[in-house]
Design a protein around this ligand. Structure first.
Ligand SMILES: Nc1ncnc2c1ncn2[C@@H]1O[C@H](COP(=O)(O)OP(=O)(O)O)[C@@H](O)[C@H]1O
Ligand SMILES: *[C@@H]1O[C@H](CO)[C@@H](O)[C@H](O)[C@H]1NC(C)=O
Ligand SMILES: *[C@@H]1O[C@H](CO)[C@@H](O)[C@H](O)[C@H]1NC(C)=O
Ligand SMILES: *[C@@H]1O[C@H](CO)[C@@H](O)[C@H](O)[C@H]1NC(C)=O
Ligand SMILES: *[C@@H]1O[C@H](CO)[C@@H](O)[C@H](O)[C@H]1NC(C)=O
Ligand SMILES: *[C@@H]1O[C@H](CO)[C@@H](O)[C@H](O)[C@H]1NC(C)=O
Length: 319
């Protein structure tokens, strides 16, 4: 795979207003907070941030409201080197915003999300892309399921029409329990990342039975991250692999840990690491993320991750 080609992340970008508190607030009380910071958030946008911070060429595609926050989003993406030129700018609406309460006692994050009217991305928006630029497209499974289905099919058709070196790999994230069933999108993706909540919704009690059951059922590679327990993955024709979580010295902020895990896995998959090594890199990166506030310092762990990947490669050679 041409490592210089672009990874495209398709999904939501929003504003996160993170309020950092010493202890979780009581209702109808007043208290001082340690800090409040404004960040770019949204799951696909977070994954794009991490991929770009560890050295990938990245583009983000989603809808963006033409409100006062658009300038903040533009300059923030430009700071991280994330291309947003193909985003659909929507007039007369407000940017979705999440108020996130970060409890410094254990880094827990409570998310209060608001979105009044920003529309979801349509396949029509996606059709404007020149697919030749991309080696990988990551989709955030959102309520626009039918549109995502069309986008994925469009990529699959493209895949069938080009030479091997130009083919595009598809990954999918299913985070929330959504009223629409996202399940059948899994069949169109090469790799699917299921959240703990979604696994439970499918009646799985743990990450290993989830990846086993779902990869058997769909014949696809499935990943499942499970907070402090780490993560599991399975190829349809391989064994279940697991990784422990890597605890930072102090858990400061777990927002975006799942998105960071996904970025670590995509990065490693692009480098042809074994599935077990991929989830270990994902967990190491996500663990490091939990030890820092926000994502802005995630580039500081890039070197550690790259060294680890080199070690894995040396290990392969000794076999
Ligand atoms: N407290 C923690 N300490 C270390 N690593 C963590 C912690 N919480 C999450 N992680 C890492 O992040 C990954 C994703 O965690 P998860 O809870 O599924 O994320 P999210 O809540 O963002 O969906 C886990 O596989 C784990 O490697
Ligand atoms: C993004 O991921 C988090 C977990 O990491 C999840 O709780 C949240 O619902 C997701 N956000 C959206 C808008 O889907
Ligand atoms: C963090 O601590 C609070 C109590 O202070 C608890 O309710 C919550 O479950 C903890 N969260 C995590 C992720 O450990
Ligand atoms: C925002 O809300 C609208 C109206 O409820 C909904 O249709 C849409 O899916 C949401 N969009 C985003 C980007 O979350
Ligand atoms: C696209 O092609 C690549 C390379 O042959 C293959 O690995 C992948 O499964 C294809 N992806 C889709 C979604 O068709
Ligand atoms: C990964 O494997 C593919 C297919 O075998 C190959 O084309 C590509 O160069 C490899 N990439 C890396 C970074 O090793």
């Amino acid at each position: 795979m041409d490592t210089n080609k672009t990874i495209l992340c398709v999904g939501l970008v929003c504003i996160d207003l993170k309020t950092i508190v010493q202890t979780y607030p009581l209702e109808d009380s007043g208290q001082r907070t340690l800090d409040t910071i404004k960040e770019r958030g949204g799951n696909a946008s977070n994954t794009a941030t991490v991929l770009s911070s560890i050295g990938c060429n990245v583009e983000f595609l989603g809808t963006v409201a033409d409100c006062e926050n658009i300038n903040f989003l533009r300059s923030d993406c430009s700071e991280y080197g994330i291309n947003i030129e193909n985003c659909a700018v929507c007039p007369k609406t407000k940017c979705p915003l999440s108020v996130v309460i970060i409890n410094t006692e254990n880094g827990s994050r409570t998310i209060l999300h608001s979105n009044k009217s920003l529309r979801e991305l349509k396949c029509e928006d996606f059709m404007k892309l020149d697919l030749k630029k991309y080696k990988w497209i990551h989709f955030e499974g959102r309520p626009n399921r039918d549109e995502i289905y069309l986008m994925m099919n469009h990529v699959r058709k493209y895949n069938n029409s080009v030479d091997d070196e130009d083919k595009i790999v598809i990954s999918l994230e299913i985070e929330k329990i959504r009223p629409v069933l996202l399940d059948d999108l899994i069949e169109l993706a090469d790799y699917t990342f299921l959240s703990k909540d979604y696994a439970r919704y499918l009646d799985y009690d743990d990450m290993t039975s989830c990846v086993k059951g779902m990869s058997d059922e769909k014949g696809k590679t499935i990943f499942c991250a499970w907070g402090e327990q780490g993560a599991a993955a399975k190829n349809p024709d391989g064994p279940i692999v697991t990784s422990k979580a890597f605890k930072p010295p102090q858990v400061k902020d777990t927002t975006g840990a799942g998105d960071t895990f996904i970025a670590g896995c995509i990065y490693s998959l692009c480098r042809n690491l074994s599935l077990g090594n991929c989830i270990e890199i994902g967990c190491r990166l996500a663990g490091a993320k939990c030890g820092i506030m926000g994502l802005k310092d995630i580039h500081s762990v890039k070197k550690i991750i790259l060294n680890k990947i080199d070690n894995f490669k040396l290990d392969y050679k000794t076999y």
